[in-house]
Ligand binder design. Structure first.
Ligand code: ADP
Ligand code: ZN
Length: 544
């Protein structure tokens, strides 16, 4: 039996059945477990819900004849750690956590347990490692006594500044491999982006690690981007009452306020919905989470803070009420639907204006430096491209972002674009000339601080008082787009922003009011010089 080839194999199977009470392994779990038990450094990429925890929780209980030791797990979210420790204790596994939240007495107790070697798993936040020298000393003394079994870095994408969720405290985790070179390290993430992966392995000093990866496709999820122009709340109501009565879901909103407002509005429509965000006290959040898990609330209006580490298998719908800020996060959030493998739905409501307001938020954010802003803008443009793309398979698009080749035939019409493609014809049109005209227009008027809407008006030759007052009716490019249909023109402008040919930037005036003004973008120059061409796919029969 191939599974029985290691000295610890019998023990591994025993722990799986008797402690975790599971019938077998999922894809790559056993492979990752064997690799770490062999002493290798391991990198596990698994989609959300794939079963990452078992990859390190199980080997923490397997000794293979060696001295007992403690597995240290670094995890970014206190609520997630709490959840995991509770689950482990329920299974009779000796586990604990130290975080900045814990009280001193309790912490002393945990350190005592840790020193005495009683703990199989200790969860710590990265901040604790930075700030608490006592913790570092205890870990170091475990190491000296050969009782440091393994270091685990959960949500390892946080190590990379190329990731969507970079945490500065994660950077120092690279020190582990330097201080304890022969202690196996395991990094886990649901982020498959190759650049991030390389960066993580490099920063953690495990570039030669064993890598376990798999397709990130989730065949049971249906993906759709819907136009946010119509009455979205009525649509959500119908989704909940008609399509999924009595079934659970999540409605992601972009801010605390928006969570509360949306929940209130849905309540008024007669739906059992509540909200969840980081501004609530922990007790309240736990109540909301339990209420949802037990089905007392059909849906939660939540910020992206909700969902990590929450183990609910039968989530039937995930709605993004506003535009997500990046594709990685989006994919992880949608991944919370359908963990039980049954058909589930992921709907993203898209309005270009949401992108503008997120762009403004990035511009105005005082807590992040220029590089971070640039990255966030790039991430947002990728989301914009995804939403504006009405022709390519959604799975193909997202998985391509993760460097996975996906043949859209395998989508089996489980996304909006594949369904449309099955019944409609597309045509690709060269829009280079229109693009040049638009660039000429914006260059002529951008110094007057104009909005995208105003630029569109100039381009199509509107005769508004504002245009005439500013003399923009005499600008080059005025009325150059008079034959382009309104909806096509909007798509083209949005596409040009996504392609960095145009850009919107927020300008704050003296009274603190921020407006988003249109400018020529960094790639505009290539069109004026004639070195690049651009095309866009339209449904056949449209104008332009
Ligand atoms: P991830 O961290 O990758 O999002 P989890 O570790 O939280 O995923 O696991 C997701 C769910 O899958 C949990 O309910 C877990 O109990 C379950 N699970 C994990 N491994 C197995 C397995 N081998 N067999 C059955 N269920 C499993
Ligand atoms: Zn598709």
């Amino acid at each position: 039996n191939a599974e029985m080839r290691y000295e610890w194999s019998r023990e591994v199977c025993g722990v799986l059945r008797n402690v975790f009470k599971l019938p077998g392994f999922r894809h790559n779990q056993l492979e990752a477990i064997n690799a770490t038990l062999s002493g290798k450094d391991v990198f596990v990429l698994m989609p959300t819900g794939g079963g990452k925890s078992l990859c390190y929780q199980l080997p923490a209980l397997v000794y293979g004849g060696k001295t007992k030791g403690t597995t240290i797990v670094i995890s970014p979210l206190i609520s997630l750690m709490q959840d995991q420790v509770e689950h482990l204790l329920e299974k009779g596994i000796s586990a604990a956590m130290v975080s900045s939240r814990g009280e001193a007495g309790q912490r002393r107790n945990t350190f005592q347990q840790l020193k005495s070697g009683e703990l199989s798993l200790l969860y710590v936040s990265p901040e604790m490692l930075t700030t608490n020298s006592q913790l570092r000393n205890v870990i170091s003394s475990l190491y000296q006594r050969d009782c440091l079994a393994r270091i685990v870095i959960d949500e390892a994408h946080c190590v990379s500044s190329w990731g969507h969720d970079f945490r500065p405290d994660y950077k120092q985790l690279g020190q582990f491999k330097k201080d304890y070179p022969n202690v196996p390290l395991m990094a886990l993430t649901a982020t498959a982006n190759e650049r991030v992966r390389l960066d993580v392995a490099f920063n953690l000093n495990i570039t030669g690690c064993a890598l376990f990866t798999q397709s990130f496709n989730r065949p049971n999820l249906y993906y759709e981007v819907r136009d946010k122009q119509r009455d979205v709340l009525e649509e959500i109501k119908e989704l909940m009452q008609v399509k999924y009565p009595g079934k659970s879901g999540i409605v992601y909103c972009h801010s605390k306020n928006s969570c509360e407002e949306t929940a209130t509005k849905l309540n008024r429509l007669g739906l059992k919905v509540t909200y969840y965000h980081a501004g609530m006290d922990p007790e309240e959040r736990v109540q909301v989470q339990i209420g949802w898990q037990e089905g007392r609330y059909q849906a939660i209006c939540a910020t992206v803070a909700f969902g990590m580490g929450i183990d609910k298998a039968d989530v039937r719908f995930v709605v993004h009420y506003t535009l997500p800020r990046n594709l990685e996060g989006y994919y992880q959030e949608t991944g919370r639907a359908g963990r039980d493998g049954l058909p589930s739905e992921c709907i993203l409501y898209y309005a270009y204006r949401d992108a503008t307001s997120i762009m403004t938020m990035i511009d105005r954010d005082k807590d992040i430096d220029y590089d971070t802003k640039e990255k966030q803008r790039t991430f947002l443009k990728q989301v914009l491209q995804y939403c504006e793309n009405q022709t390519d398979c959604r799975r193909h698009q997202v998985l391509q972002y993760f460097n996975e080749k996906f043949d859209s035939k395998d989508c089996r019409n489980q996304c909006d674009n594949c369904r449309i493609a099955a019944v409609c014809e597309f045509e690709t049109r060269d829009i280079t000339e229109i693009t040049k005209d638009i660039i000429r227009t914006i260059l002529a008027i951008q110094d007057d601080n104009v909005t995208m809407l105003h630029c569109m008006d100039v381009f199509r030759g509107a005769r508004t008082a504002k245009i005439q007052g500013a003399g923009h009716n005499n600008a080059p490019g005025y009325a150059a787009g008079k034959d382009v249909e309104r909806t096509d023109m909007e798509r083209i402008f949005h596409h040009l922003v996504a392609q960095s040919i145009l850009k919107e930037s927020a300008i704050v005036n003296r009274s603190g009011y921020a407006a988003s003004y249109l400018r020529a973008g960094s790639r505009a120059i290539f069109f004026l010089s004639g070195t690049e061409r651009l095309s866009l796919t339209f449904l056949k029969g449209g104008g332009a």
